[in-house]
Design a protein around this ligand. Sequence first.
Ligand code: FAD
Length: 160
Amino acid sequence: MRPTILFFLLLLLIILPSLLYLNYSIIQTSEEAITLMPEIDNNVVRGPVVMPQLKNSTIKAELGQSSWKLLHTMMARFPEHPTQDEKEALRNFIYLFSRLYPCGECAQEFQAILAKHPPQVSSREAASQWACAVHNIVNKRLQKEMFDCGKIADKYKCGC
Ligand SMILES: Cc1cc2nc3c(=O)[nH]c(=O)nc-3n(C[C@H](O)[C@H](O)[C@H](O)COP(=O)(O)OP(=O)(O)OC[C@H]3O[C@@H](n4cnc5c(N)ncnc54)[C@H](O)[C@@H]3O)c2cc1C
């Protein structure tokens, strides 16, 4: 038999079924992973502050600037019409952020703010305005200048 014909026969009989089986196992494994994934535990997401007090004021200020930048940019790029899954992802992120924020006393204050002003996740606009408003609450407490939330989209670009 010619080598090319032999090769194609080999491919049909051995390699193709093996590839198909491998593909099936991968799909099965990822489906198992999804089934085994536990429900998100609300007690974990909404739990208490994790970090201790942050005494160094320079680190605290730098951390604050970077964190606000992250939060406002996240809102500027959040979908205009998010799915339920995307809304829950953002809501859970904010609550976990409030638990794990590296400045413990800031996180404590932020959790108190969240209790009165829960995250608004229905749209990009709602999320951006919410982040601007809670930042202004922190600004007021720290006796900083208020930001005009009407200008939020000019300051934090979607980059879309
Ligand atoms: C969740 C959180 C809680 C914090 N809690 C405390 C705390 O309890 N005690 C403490 O000492 N520090 C806290 N910080 C840090 C504090 O908010 C400041 O980040 C830090 O004092 C540095 O201030 P800054 O003047 O450089 O400007 P930042 O407040 O860091 O703001 C950075 C830039 O964002 C823009 N900006 C200002 N206000 C708004 C707004 N409302 N919306 C959009 N953009 C705005 C301005 O251009 C400003 O220069 C917290 C930070 C975060 C993220």
